[in-house]
Design a protein around this ligand. Structure first.
Ligand SMILES: Nc1ncnc2c1ncn2[C@@H]1O[C@H](COP(=O)(O)OP(=O)(O)OP(=O)(O)O)[C@@H](O)[C@H]1O
Ligand SMILES: [Mg+2]
Length: 1007
């Protein structure tokens, strides 16, 4: 307390308070308890009152961190007060008497000689140092770095006592168990990897894939690269995949990001604060999305569409990685078990890696052929088994060179077949069986080689090693295998009843079956190799294993509060493995609900699993039929959102089940999705046919919100098939029931009312009915006030259909409106809506004939790419092609225009699509007439006749108008000027009557 005098009481108090509160946090972080404040220090206990494994080691970690914290604070104190602040820490281990000493207000404390010894260690520690008593040093010496043994004299004590300084606790130390062996061979791979890491360090990010059979040394090579990278200043972040979580969406990416943000083991506000501090410039909503992904959100997830969420997360992840001050290496282990959502997010991340100071390293077994095995520009390393000489060298390292092991080495090399892991396991097995004596690397074989049996398969070797464990250790291993590749003592303890003798991890570590990978907040372990976990899992009796799964599920269910989708999905998976199908079903459905707002593909994964579980229910299960229907209805209802075809919706099965159950509602939900899928895939006639049945079904349910919410599917199908009056009738029905409420029935689309107005307007437009424009405008205006997704959808009727068909001539306001809508969509709407918004933006620019025409075509290209890649409405892809064909003709590429327009027309006639045949025929005919050969003129005439012959509803102008216009042009091509004038006049009059401003303008231009 030399500093007391220099600081003065007030400042001393301030400094001490800060130091103590930081110290308390450190102690608690490592599971210790602060026992008391001693005036100029604190006393802390580890291992009491709460029994802690590794209490001595935890205390060491805490002590080192205390010194670090103090050094941090010392900087400020030195600056302000000119004083060198340093603290001393002493540790001792031994039995103490603990409990409520004396009056209760004194609280819990420990007393006894051992406590005194700790204080003495503190008194002899050098400033800024940590001193351990002999007893503590003995407990931790294999895990920490200690100074030489010293003999210290303690004031007031006659005899000197031994003590050692604690210098460092090498956390990497714990990983050494298996890696102690020298790396054999793989030098060229190691060098090549080092070169790729160097390149990344210079800013040319690299992607590396490492593959090879189990046990061949992939993980080992990766660890070597991590060491290389770390020595060059890279930070390393690892995530791994497990076979039992491959159906848990987001699992792997969220684990990787938790490592990146350094929040492993942190929860709640602490975790959120750390994330926030690392991306100070992120907006509140983005932060919320990220917290939600990391599973540390404390409020609801923002109301934006799953696709937008995904886009923003990808941007965020890339931005975070780009903004890192130093280089980083990201590792994805065992990608053969990756969940599909993480896979696709990582693929997006990979695309940005080349621009970062980063290496992305993906490791997988040969059976994996997913996206991450095909990242463009990735450097692939396929690890072959080690050569004979290398495996011999490896075995020599394990056995040594005693003459007695020579024969055995050859047998092992033969069995291992170049797989290092096999060699290691065989040697362990032999040592455990007593066939080998002595230390690793210096073994002696006590028997004749020919008398020693070496099992042929790796599995049976591992199985035999597990069999040799005590009953408790084996049970511990079995429970661990059910939990996963990594497990902590808390969960393990709960699953195994947590009585002290029900759990025994130590022998598992001694036999190198598992290794400890973390000490806080709970001791955490990992299987030393995936194959060990697999054998430990599969070698259990089924009933015992089911029971363990059941317990894991129950404990997870108990310990977790609000469930994220991943947590719910893990619980579901555990119940399913336990054979508790009902529980599994409920949890899968719960997971799906959570995912539904975040990622539709993820939600569908959960519905698919719920479906499988429901199908496995016994026939006499009371709600079996209902449970089989529920996920099917959702899957059928959402297939179009992921580019599904009519064959993917499962509609026939749903229809059969719902009919058996008399469940009209589920049938209606599913049929709405199926109808939309038919429409998206251009099965227009089938869709229109089903739309009638669907409308009748929905009406018969008699639920107004449902009618409003689902009728759009029918109205839309009828419209695209050209049944315009019927489309108008259905739209009107929605308008009547919704009675001005824009969000009534917003099951699938944000505003059925807005959509109904737009459809009614568009159908009216197709018939040239007065008032169509007002309806269309009303829909667009309503859509504007509703949501980011409804808005571009509604605008399609005006900007895509209306504009291309000559009904709408976009003005500056339309251009602005489409631009704004695109921006909103990109921020928060789903991909489909973004594609629509791009198309609307494109057509408004192209048809206003502004200087921004070329920008319009760029938007068009993007929209088209999305239509194709994501299998969205085929009719709109064709609609884009019509614009492209017209532009080709305009730029003189008549061949190209004719070819493309002809192809579009063929498809239109094949599918029965009725909206865009007029514009397609127009482009074709004009290009033919411009080329102007006799054959061309004949073809043009044919094309016009073909369009004119399409049967339509009376009053349908979408064909009539272009036919009039094209006939005029044809007559002129024939030199028939009178005919030309006549048709032009009829065209103008009709356009006037139908209020088609685009065509009217064209009529003016044709004079
Ligand atoms: N070249 C090598 N030299 C020395 N030891 C090696 C070598 N390659 C692998 N090993 C050792 O063999 C064991 C298995 O290797 P590793 O875990 O890397 O296999 P893997 O290919 O990742 O297998 P899996 O596909 O099952 O994950 C490890 O203990 C590792 O240290
Ligand atoms: Mg591996």
């Amino acid at each position: 307390m030399e500093i007391a005098a220099s600081l003065g009481p007030e400042r001393l108090h301030q400094v001490m308070t800060e130091l103590v509160s930081r110290s308390v946090a450190v102690v608690e972080h490592y599971g210790g308890t602060v026992d008391k404040f001693t005036g100029d220090g604190i006393m802390a206990l580890f291992g009491a009152p709460i029994t802690l494994e590794n209490h001595a080691f935890r205390a060491c970690l805490a002590a080192l961190e205390l010194q670090q914290v103090a050094r941090g604070q010392a900087v400020e104190v030195a600056r302000r007060d000119g004083i060198d602040l340093q603290i001393r820490v002493g540790l001792n281990s031994g039995r103490v008497i603990t409990g409520e000493v004396g009056a209760t207000h004194l609280g819990y404390t420990a007393v006894g000689a051992q406590v005194g010894m700790a204080q003495r260690m503190e008194s002899v520690a050098p400033p800024g140092g940590v001193m351990l008593s002999e007893s503590t040093a003995r407990l931790v010496e294999d895990r920490v770095v200690l100074g030489e043994r010293e003999t210290v004299h303690i004031k007031g004590f006659a005899t000197a006592v031994p003590a050692r300084r604690l210098l460092a606790a090498d956390l990497e130390h714990r990983r050494k168990a298996r890696d102690d062996s020298r790396l054999v061979g793989r030098q060229s791979e190691k060098d090549a990897l080092a070169e790729l890491v160097d390149r990344a360090g210079r800013g040319e990010g690299t992607i590396v894939a490492v593959t090879g059979r189990p046990g061949v040394g992939k993980t080992r090579l990766v660890r070597e690269s991590v060491t290389t990278a770390s020595s060059r200043g890279f930070e390393a972040f690892v995530t791994y995949c497990e076979s039992h979580t491959r159906d848990v969406p987001f699992h792997v990416i969220s684990r990787l990001l938790r490592a990146v943000f350094g929040i492993v083991g942190l929860a709640g506000e602490q975790a959120r604060a750390r994330v926030r501090s690392q991306i100070p410039e992120a907006g509140a909503e983005d932060l919320l999305l990220l917290n939600d992904l990391l599973g540390i959100c404390d409020s609801g997830c923002p109301d934006i569409s799953p696709d937008a969420r995904r886009r923003r997360l990808v941007n965020l992840i890339n931005a975070v990685s780009l903004a890192r001050p130093g280089p980083a290496i990201y590792i994805v282990e065992d990608a053969q078990w990756i969940d599909s959502v993480s896979e696709s997010l990582l693929a997006d991340f990979a695309a940005a890696v080349p621009g970062m100071r980063a290496t992305l390293l993906v490791v997988y077994r040969p059976e994996y052929s997913g996206t991450l095995s095909r990242i463009p520009g990735a450097h692939l390393f396929t690890l072959a088994p080690l050569s004979d000489s290398h495996i011999a060298e490896l075995i020599k390292g394990l056995l040594g060179e005693h003459p007695s092991v020579r024969g055995l080495s050859m047998v092992i090399a033969d069995r291992a077949a170049g797989v290092p892991f096999a060699a290691e396991e065989i040697v362990r097995d032999l040592a455990e069986r007593g066939e080998l004596e002595g230390d690793p690397g210096a073994c002696v074989c006590v028997r004749e080689v020919r008398d020693i049996h070496v099992p042929a398969s790796l599995q049976s070797i591992i199985g035999a090693r597990i069999d040799r464990l005590s009953a408790t250790a084996k049970r511990t291993l079995h429970a661990a295998a059910v939990i996963g590749a990594q497990f902590d003592t808390e969960l393990l303890g709960s699953v195994l009843d947590s009585t002290p003798d029900s759990m025994d991890v130590a022998p598992l570590i001694e036999t190198a079956l598992v290794e400890q990978i973390a000490f806080t907040p709970h001791a955490t372990y990992a299987f030393a190799h995936p194959l060990i976990q697999m054998v430990a899992y599969e070698s259990q009796l089924k009933t015992g294993r089911s029971e363990l799964h059941r317990r894991v599920a129950a404990v997870l269910q108990r310990t977790q509060g609000g469930f994220t989708g991943q947590e719910a999905a893990v619980v579901a998976t555990q119940y399913a493995a336990a054979g508790d199908l009902r529980d599994a079903f409920d949890w899968h459905m719960q997971a799906a609900t959570w995912y539904g707002a975040r990622d539709i593909r993820a939600a569908r994964k959960s519905w698919q699993q719920a479906l499988r579980v429901a199908d496995r229910l016994p026939l006499n299960e009371p709600d079996r039929l209902t449970m089989r229907i529920a996920p099917r209805a959702r899957l059928c209802g959402t297939a179009f959102q992921v580019g599904g075809t009519p064959a993917d919706t499962g509609f026939d099965e749903l229809r059969a089940l719902t009919t058996a159950a008399g469940d009209k509602k589920s049938l209606a939900v599913g049929m709405a999705g199926h109808l939309t899928t038919l429409t998206f895939n251009a099965h227009h006639q089938e869709a229109a046919g089903m739309a009638s049945e669907f409308a009748t079904l929905v009406e018969s349910i008699g639920d107004p919100a449902m009618t409003v919410g689902l009728f759009y599917a029918a109205a839309q199908a009828k419209w695209e098939a050209g049944e315009m009056s019927e489309s108008m009738r259905l739209a009107q029905r929605i308008i009547d029931i919704a009675d001005g409420d824009p969000t009534m029935g917003s099951l699938v689309i944000g505003s059925p009312l807005a959509n109904a107005n737009a459809v009614k307007g568009a159908a009216g437009m197709s018939l040239g009915r007065p008032g169509w424009r007002d309806d269309l405008e009303e829909g667009v205006a309503l859509g504007r006030s509703v949501g980011a997704t409804t808005r571009p959808f509604v605008q399609l009727y005006k900007y895509a259909a209306g504009t291309q068909n000559g009904a709408v001539l976009p003005n500056a306001q339309d251009v602005a409106q489409a631009a704004e809508t695109l921006e909103v969509a990109q921020r928060s709407a789903n991909n489909t809506a973004v594609a629509y918004a791009l198309l609307n933006r494109a057509t408004t620019l192209i048809h206003t004939d502004s200087e921004e025409r070329s920008a319009g075509f760029e938007f068009l290209a993007k929209a088209r790419e999305m239509f194709v890649d994501q299998q969205l409405i085929v009719a709109l892809r064709r609609m884009s092609d019509i614009e492209i064909a017209r532009e080709r003709a305009r730029s003189g590429d008549l061949e190209g225009a004719i070819e493309l327009a002809s192809a579009v027309i063929v498809e239109q006639f094949d599918t029965g699509e009725m909206i865009f045949r007029g514009p397609a025929t127009t482009v074709l005919v004009e290009a033919l007439l411009s080329r102007g050969s006799t054959a061309d003129i004949n073809d043009a005439e044919h094309a016009i006749d073909r369009l004119a012959a399409v049967p339509t509803e009376p009053g349908f102008v979408l064909h009539e108008l272009p036919v009039l216009r094209l006939r005029a042009r044809l007559d002129r091509a024939h030199g028939d000027e009178a005919g030309y004038q006549q048709f032009l006049e009829r065209f103008r009059a009709k356009a006037q009557e139908a209020d088609f401003e685009g065509y009217l303008a064209q009529a003016e231009a044709m004079e």
